[in-house]
Design a protein around this ligand. Structure first.
Ligand SMILES: N[C@@H](CCC(=O)N[C@@H](CS)C(=O)NCC(=O)O)C(=O)O
Length: 209
């Protein structure tokens, strides 16, 4: 098994934290997104989507998304659970992970990738070229900001996003909150639930992974 990583990027960080939670150590190779190594061989053949993280299994299967990587580790190392314990918790982990990805992480990515010269014609990840859409910068910032508010509201109802247990949804959300610094997004005032949760999650050793 081999894990394809890039230390500075948010998406593989989610997988690293999840592996640390489960106490799994996997041989790791860095794919330097800074020099666009994701578009070059040998990585392009390993993961034609040209993104990290990816997890190459011993049978030749390559998992190319946090969702599939988390699912795989949950199946082979069920303890501690990260994708929920009860039917409701499992459903809420899926729901909050989707919201954090679709609204939060995507909002920051839109704001980042539609502005800087580095992402010119690479405004969407992957091998296809997409021109930047400058209007998406402000929209992305607004979506990310709204997601921070939504997380705070949810964390006023429950200790963690899926209920009373830490899960992969919290990992996604923690990485998203850190990712907002990349676009210098101000933290809206008064998000006390989010602050309390961030302190608790940030104290977990896995967060350093
Ligand atoms: N859905 C993917 C998203 C992966 C993703 O977007 N990774 C970024 C790094 S955070 C990437 O590989 N970017 C390549 C690029 O910018 O060309 C997942 O969460 O696994």
């Amino acid at each position: 098994m081999k894990f394809y990583d890039y230390n500075a990027a948010p998406s593989p960080r989610r997988a690293r934290i999840l592996m640390a939670e489960k106490g799994v150590a996997v041989e790791t190779e860095q794919v330097d997104l800074g020099t666009r190594a994701q578009f070059e061989e040998p990585y392009r053949t390993i993961n034609p989507r040209c993104t990290v993280p990816a997890l190459a299994l011993d049978d030749g299967t390559v998992l190319c998304d946090n969702a599939s990587i988390a699912r795989y580790f949950e199946e082979i190392y069920p303890d501690p659970p990260t994708l929920g314990r009860t039917p409701v918790e499992k459903a809420l982990v899926a729901e909050w992970t989707a919201r954090v990805e679709g609204e939060g992480l995507m909002g920051v990515a839109e704001a980042l990738r539609n502005r800087s010269e580095f992402f010119k014609d690479s405004s969407v990840t992957g091998p296809n070229r997409y021109a930047q859409v400058p209007e998406l910068v402000e929209r992305g910032r607004a979506r990310a900001s709204a997601c921070l508010q939504d997380l705070d509201a949810r964390l006023g109802e429950a200790a963690y996003l899926a209920g009373d247990a830490f899960s992969a949804a919290d990992i996604a959300a923690y990485v998203f909150v850190d990712f907002t610094a990349w676009i210098k997004l101000p933290m809206p005032e008064g998000l006390e639930n989010l602050a309390r949760w961030r302190e608790a999650v940030g104290a977990r050793p896995s967060i350093q992974a």
